[in-house]
Design a protein around this ligand. Structure first.
Ligand code: ZN
Ligand code: ZN
Length: 291
Protein backbone atom coordinates (compact mmCIF):
# COMPACT_ATOMS: atom_id res chain seq x y z
CA UNK A 1 0.00 0.00 0.00
CA UNK A 2 1.16 3.51 -0.73
CA UNK A 3 0.10 6.01 1.82
CA UNK A 4 -0.04 9.75 1.33
CA UNK A 5 -0.59 12.25 4.11
CA UNK A 6 -2.45 15.41 3.13
CA UNK A 7 -2.26 18.51 5.29
CA UNK A 8 -5.92 19.47 5.03
CA UNK A 9 -5.64 22.33 7.54
CA UNK A 10 -2.47 24.22 8.45
CA UNK A 11 -4.07 26.92 10.61
CA UNK A 12 -4.31 27.09 14.38
CA UNK A 13 -7.66 26.03 15.87
CA UNK A 14 -9.51 29.16 14.69
CA UNK A 15 -8.01 29.05 11.18
CA UNK A 16 -7.33 32.03 8.93
CA UNK A 17 -9.45 34.12 8.61
CA UNK A 18 -10.31 33.85 12.26
CA UNK A 19 -13.92 34.51 13.23
CA UNK A 20 -14.38 37.96 14.74
CA UNK A 21 -10.95 39.28 13.77
CA UNK A 22 -10.41 42.32 11.59
CA UNK A 23 -6.64 42.09 11.53
CA UNK A 24 -5.05 42.64 8.10
CA UNK A 25 -4.25 38.93 7.42
CA UNK A 26 -7.86 37.96 8.19
CA UNK A 27 -9.25 40.68 5.92
CA UNK A 28 -6.89 39.50 3.14
CA UNK A 29 -7.92 35.86 3.58
CA UNK A 30 -11.58 36.86 3.28
CA UNK A 31 -10.97 37.95 -0.32
CA UNK A 32 -8.01 35.75 -1.31
CA UNK A 33 -8.68 31.99 -1.22
CA UNK A 34 -4.94 31.30 -1.44
CA UNK A 35 -4.42 32.99 1.92
CA UNK A 36 -6.99 30.82 3.71
CA UNK A 37 -5.76 28.25 6.24
CA UNK A 38 -8.26 25.81 7.67
CA UNK A 39 -8.30 24.24 11.13
CA UNK A 40 -5.50 21.78 12.01
CA UNK A 41 -5.96 18.33 10.53
CA UNK A 42 -4.25 15.73 8.36
CA UNK A 43 -5.70 12.88 6.33
CA UNK A 44 -3.89 9.62 5.56
CA UNK A 45 -5.01 8.20 2.24
CA UNK A 46 -4.19 4.67 1.15
CA UNK A 47 -4.09 4.66 -2.64
CA UNK A 48 -6.71 2.45 -4.34
CA UNK A 49 -5.53 -1.02 -5.27
CA UNK A 50 -6.99 -3.07 -8.14
CA UNK A 51 -9.93 -0.75 -8.61
CA UNK A 52 -10.99 -0.78 -4.95
CA UNK A 53 -11.17 2.64 -3.32
CA UNK A 54 -8.39 3.41 -0.88
CA UNK A 55 -9.02 3.83 2.81
CA UNK A 56 -8.96 7.29 4.37
CA UNK A 57 -7.99 7.95 7.94
CA UNK A 58 -8.47 11.35 9.56
CA UNK A 59 -6.33 12.82 12.33
CA UNK A 60 -8.36 15.44 14.24
CA UNK A 61 -11.73 16.79 13.16
CA UNK A 62 -11.58 20.55 12.81
CA UNK A 63 -14.60 22.88 12.69
CA UNK A 64 -13.71 23.32 8.99
CA UNK A 65 -14.35 19.67 8.16
CA UNK A 66 -16.99 20.56 5.54
CA UNK A 67 -14.55 22.63 3.50
CA UNK A 68 -11.90 19.99 4.05
CA UNK A 69 -14.19 17.35 2.62
CA UNK A 70 -14.71 19.57 -0.46
CA UNK A 71 -10.96 19.54 -0.97
CA UNK A 72 -10.64 15.81 -0.40
CA UNK A 73 -13.36 15.13 -2.97
CA UNK A 74 -10.92 16.42 -5.61
CA UNK A 75 -8.67 13.42 -4.85
CA UNK A 76 -9.69 10.32 -6.85
CA UNK A 77 -8.88 8.01 -3.90
CA UNK A 78 -11.33 9.89 -1.67
CA UNK A 79 -13.96 10.63 -4.33
CA UNK A 80 -14.19 6.92 -5.25
CA UNK A 81 -15.38 5.97 -1.78
CA UNK A 82 -18.95 4.77 -1.65
CA UNK A 83 -19.41 4.20 2.06
CA UNK A 84 -21.76 5.85 4.53
CA UNK A 85 -18.90 7.02 6.70
CA UNK A 86 -16.83 9.82 5.19
CA UNK A 87 -13.70 8.23 6.73
CA UNK A 88 -12.67 4.73 7.73
CA UNK A 89 -11.32 5.88 11.05
CA UNK A 90 -10.41 8.95 13.06
CA UNK A 91 -7.79 9.71 15.68
CA UNK A 92 -8.18 12.69 18.01
CA UNK A 93 -5.16 14.34 19.63
CA UNK A 94 -7.00 16.38 22.28
CA UNK A 95 -10.14 18.31 23.18
CA UNK A 96 -9.33 21.85 22.04
CA UNK A 97 -11.92 23.17 19.62
CA UNK A 98 -9.81 23.01 16.48
CA UNK A 99 -9.12 19.32 16.92
CA UNK A 100 -12.47 17.71 17.62
CA UNK A 101 -15.38 20.19 17.36
CA UNK A 102 -16.07 19.11 13.76
CA UNK A 103 -17.43 15.88 15.23
CA UNK A 104 -20.80 17.67 15.41
CA UNK A 105 -21.13 16.83 11.71
CA UNK A 106 -20.81 13.10 12.38
CA UNK A 107 -24.18 12.82 14.12
CA UNK A 108 -27.72 12.22 12.93
CA UNK A 109 -28.34 15.82 11.85
CA UNK A 110 -25.59 15.50 9.23
CA UNK A 111 -23.39 12.57 8.07
CA UNK A 112 -25.10 10.16 10.47
CA UNK A 113 -22.01 7.97 10.66
CA UNK A 114 -22.31 4.38 11.65
CA UNK A 115 -19.91 2.89 14.19
CA UNK A 116 -17.05 5.02 12.92
CA UNK A 117 -13.95 3.98 14.90
CA UNK A 118 -12.51 6.95 16.83
CA UNK A 119 -9.18 6.41 18.55
CA UNK A 120 -8.18 8.72 21.39
CA UNK A 121 -6.70 8.59 24.87
CA UNK A 122 -8.69 7.09 27.71
CA UNK A 123 -9.23 10.56 29.19
CA UNK A 124 -10.51 11.91 25.90
CA UNK A 125 -12.83 8.90 25.49
CA UNK A 126 -14.17 9.57 28.99
CA UNK A 127 -14.68 13.24 28.15
CA UNK A 128 -16.63 12.48 24.96
CA UNK A 129 -18.74 9.81 26.67
CA UNK A 130 -19.66 12.04 29.60
CA UNK A 131 -20.44 15.37 27.95
CA UNK A 132 -23.16 16.59 25.63
CA UNK A 133 -23.42 16.77 22.70
CA UNK A 134 -20.60 14.24 22.13
CA UNK A 135 -22.17 11.56 24.35
CA UNK A 136 -25.03 11.27 21.85
CA UNK A 137 -22.62 10.29 19.08
CA UNK A 138 -21.60 7.40 21.30
CA UNK A 139 -25.05 6.39 22.51
CA UNK A 140 -26.54 6.49 19.00
CA UNK A 141 -23.68 4.47 17.59
CA UNK A 142 -22.40 7.15 15.22
CA UNK A 143 -18.92 6.72 16.60
CA UNK A 144 -17.24 3.88 18.41
CA UNK A 145 -14.59 5.05 20.85
CA UNK A 146 -11.36 3.06 21.05
CA UNK A 147 -9.17 4.23 23.88
CA UNK A 148 -5.45 3.93 23.26
CA UNK A 149 -2.58 4.12 25.69
CA UNK A 150 0.47 6.24 25.10
CA UNK A 151 2.87 3.32 25.38
CA UNK A 152 3.39 1.14 22.38
CA UNK A 153 1.96 1.18 18.93
CA UNK A 154 -1.61 0.77 17.74
CA UNK A 155 -2.28 -1.11 14.54
CA UNK A 156 -5.30 0.49 13.01
CA UNK A 157 -7.01 -2.64 11.77
CA UNK A 158 -8.23 -3.27 9.14
CA UNK A 159 -5.55 -1.18 7.47
CA UNK A 160 -2.53 -3.39 7.05
CA UNK A 161 0.60 -1.35 6.86
CA UNK A 162 -0.76 1.55 8.86
CA UNK A 163 0.23 1.89 12.47
CA UNK A 164 0.08 4.84 14.79
CA UNK A 165 2.06 5.40 17.95
CA UNK A 166 0.40 7.99 20.17
CA UNK A 167 2.95 10.05 22.12
CA UNK A 168 1.94 11.97 25.25
CA UNK A 169 3.04 15.62 25.03
CA UNK A 170 2.72 18.45 27.55
CA UNK A 171 -0.10 20.81 26.53
CA UNK A 172 -2.71 22.92 28.31
CA UNK A 173 -5.14 20.25 29.47
CA UNK A 174 -8.37 21.59 30.92
CA UNK A 175 -10.44 18.65 29.67
CA UNK A 176 -8.10 15.98 28.35
CA UNK A 177 -4.48 15.06 27.88
CA UNK A 178 -2.79 15.60 24.50
CA UNK A 179 -0.93 13.29 22.15
CA UNK A 180 1.27 13.73 19.13
CA UNK A 181 1.47 10.75 16.80
CA UNK A 182 4.03 8.78 14.88
CA UNK A 183 2.67 7.34 11.64
CA UNK A 184 4.58 4.18 10.73
CA UNK A 185 7.61 5.62 12.57
CA UNK A 186 8.09 7.74 9.45
CA UNK A 187 6.05 10.88 10.04
CA UNK A 188 5.76 12.64 13.38
CA UNK A 189 2.76 14.95 13.88
CA UNK A 190 2.78 17.26 16.91
CA UNK A 191 0.30 20.07 16.23
CA UNK A 192 0.12 21.33 19.83
CA UNK A 193 2.72 21.40 22.59
CA UNK A 194 3.42 23.86 25.40
CA UNK A 195 7.14 24.14 24.65
CA UNK A 196 9.92 21.86 23.45
CA UNK A 197 11.86 21.96 26.73
CA UNK A 198 8.87 20.55 28.61
CA UNK A 199 9.07 17.42 26.41
CA UNK A 200 12.36 15.66 27.17
CA UNK A 201 12.03 13.29 24.19
CA UNK A 202 11.56 16.12 21.65
CA UNK A 203 14.93 15.87 19.87
CA UNK A 204 15.03 12.10 20.04
CA UNK A 205 11.56 11.80 18.44
CA UNK A 206 12.22 14.38 15.72
CA UNK A 207 15.63 12.75 15.12
CA UNK A 208 14.18 9.33 14.44
CA UNK A 209 11.48 10.43 11.98
CA UNK A 210 12.10 11.13 8.31
CA UNK A 211 9.44 13.84 8.35
CA UNK A 212 8.10 15.91 11.26
CA UNK A 213 5.10 18.23 11.24
CA UNK A 214 5.45 20.52 14.22
CA UNK A 215 3.50 23.14 16.19
CA UNK A 216 4.44 26.58 14.85
CA UNK A 217 1.51 28.58 16.22
CA UNK A 218 3.45 31.80 16.85
CA UNK A 219 6.57 33.18 15.22
CA UNK A 220 7.86 35.15 18.19
CA UNK A 221 6.69 36.91 21.30
CA UNK A 222 6.29 40.11 19.23
CA UNK A 223 2.88 38.78 18.17
CA UNK A 224 1.67 38.80 21.76
CA UNK A 225 2.36 42.23 23.24
CA UNK A 226 1.43 42.40 26.91
CA UNK A 227 0.66 38.69 27.24
CA UNK A 228 2.15 36.74 30.12
CA UNK A 229 4.53 34.18 28.57
CA UNK A 230 3.43 31.52 31.06
CA UNK A 231 -0.05 31.63 29.51
CA UNK A 232 1.25 30.78 26.05
CA UNK A 233 0.94 27.06 25.48
CA UNK A 234 3.04 26.88 22.29
CA UNK A 235 6.71 27.19 21.37
CA UNK A 236 7.76 30.16 19.22
CA UNK A 237 9.17 29.42 15.77
CA UNK A 238 12.30 31.33 16.79
CA UNK A 239 12.85 28.67 19.51
CA UNK A 240 12.02 25.81 17.14
CA UNK A 241 14.66 26.93 14.64
CA UNK A 242 17.27 26.84 17.42
CA UNK A 243 16.10 23.55 18.90
CA UNK A 244 15.98 21.49 15.71
CA UNK A 245 18.01 23.51 13.15
CA UNK A 246 20.85 20.97 12.96
CA UNK A 247 18.37 18.12 12.39
CA UNK A 248 17.10 19.57 9.09
CA UNK A 249 20.22 18.38 7.26
CA UNK A 250 18.92 14.88 6.71
CA UNK A 251 15.20 15.03 7.43
CA UNK A 252 12.18 17.20 6.60
CA UNK A 253 10.78 19.42 9.33
CA UNK A 254 7.54 21.08 8.27
CA UNK A 255 6.00 23.79 10.44
CA UNK A 256 2.21 23.96 10.78
CA UNK A 257 -0.71 25.04 13.07
CA UNK A 258 -0.17 28.76 12.33
CA UNK A 259 -2.09 31.36 14.33
CA UNK A 260 -3.76 34.01 12.18
CA UNK A 261 -1.26 36.53 13.56
CA UNK A 262 1.78 34.51 12.45
CA UNK A 263 3.78 36.48 9.83
CA UNK A 264 4.95 33.27 8.11
CA UNK A 265 1.39 32.87 6.76
CA UNK A 266 2.51 35.48 4.22
CA UNK A 267 5.01 33.66 1.98
CA UNK A 268 6.59 36.99 1.04
CA UNK A 269 7.44 37.92 4.63
CA UNK A 270 10.97 38.19 6.02
CA UNK A 271 9.97 35.64 8.66
CA UNK A 272 8.86 33.07 6.07
CA UNK A 273 12.18 33.52 4.28
CA UNK A 274 14.09 33.11 7.53
CA UNK A 275 12.35 29.77 8.19
CA UNK A 276 13.10 28.45 4.69
CA UNK A 277 16.71 29.61 4.81
CA UNK A 278 17.12 27.72 8.10
CA UNK A 279 16.22 24.50 6.25
CA UNK A 280 12.64 24.14 7.52
CA UNK A 281 9.47 23.96 5.43
CA UNK A 282 6.17 25.78 5.89
CA UNK A 283 3.01 23.71 5.58
CA UNK A 284 0.67 24.75 2.81
CA UNK A 285 -2.96 23.76 2.44
CA UNK A 286 -3.26 20.30 0.85
CA UNK A 287 0.49 19.66 0.87
CA UNK A 288 0.84 15.97 -0.02
CA UNK A 289 3.52 13.89 1.70
CA UNK A 290 4.25 10.39 0.40
CA UNK A 291 5.18 8.05 3.23
ZN1 ZN B 1 -4.56 23.38 18.26
ZN1 ZN C 1 -4.53 22.61 21.85
Amino acid sequence: MTQTVYIIGSGQDGGLPQFGSRMAPDMTARVDPLAVRLGPSICIVDQPVAGAPGSCFLVDVSPDIKEQEDRLLKLPAYAARATQNPFDGVLLTHAHMGHYAGLVHFGREAANCSNLPVWCTEKMAGFLSANAPWDQLVSLGNIELRAVGTRGRVSLQPWPGLSIRPIAVPHRGEYTDTVGISINETLLYVPDIDNWDAWPAAREEVGKHKISLLDATFYSRDELPGRDLSEISHPFITDTLKKFGDLTKDRRIILTHFNHSNPVCDPGSVQARTVLEAGFELAQEMTAIRL
